[in-house]
Design a binder for this molecule. Sequence first.
Ligand SMILES: N[C@@H](CCC[C@H](N)C(=O)O)C(=O)O
Length: 286
Amino acid sequence: MQFTKMHGLGNDFIIVAGMKQVHENVNQLAVRMCDRNFGIGADGLVYILPSAAADFQMRIFNSDGSEPEQCGNAIRCVGKYVYDHRLTDQTTIRVETKAGIQTLELTVTDKRVQSVRVDMGVPILQGLQIPTAIDQDVVLQVPISADGFQSTFTAVSMGNPHCVIMMDRLADLPFDQVGPALEVHPYFPKKTNVEFVEVHAPKEVTMRVWERGAGETLACGTGACAVCVAGVLAGRTERRVLVHLKGGDLEIEWSQTDNHVYMTGPAVEVFQGQWLLSCLNTGKMA
Ligand SMILES: N[C@@H](CCC[C@H](N)C(=O)O)C(=O)O
């Protein structure tokens, strides 16, 4: 099977295109392909499939094999892939995801996509719809504790759930302990992505992310969108923010006009290869 390795700010994906549907054993396949020692290594496996409702369909599987509803960095990679590989000549494309149809605006130089602006849709704020276990119209600055860590969080869904925690200093955070503990916190029945945020100024923040089903990643597009929304709700940021992540920067805007969140950032193709599908043995000792 042919694959292409891509990333958005170091959030890396194995892209598979040209199939009609995902492989039957896709959850195990994602685990094996994403393994950084025994496979190709990636945060997720992404399929670009035909769509009856849009130009293309994206399905993504986390490195633990679970299927999330949405992925901001992967959808930018999909935009670059379909244009650079001549599957379309359009610079505005619509991509169907489990969270709905997203519109992508591609910025092209020398016939290659340099950056992608994605309409990530309207954020979901109602507690049960996110989903959280909290039946409130907005889950804003609610106290939370896990593994000895105490803080407050704001919950936002960008199709997938996010727990946004504002901190005075990111450097003080026992990240590797708290991230996994919050991912499975009982407030989040479908688990959650966790963003820890330091606000430098109303237009500039730094975040670190612990992703549901993938652990720490260098960037999370939906996470950056959730951070912008939570920042506005908490009165800490403006509607346009520059988000610094470990792998680089994203520009996020929560539009007052249509209530949609817009994300702008790069996508990069790294290499292409062939996965030996027939190789069932992982090579690991029993
Ligand atoms: N890295 C992504 C989000 C991928 C899905 C996430 N791990 C989940 O399970 O919801 C992004 O860039 O948005």
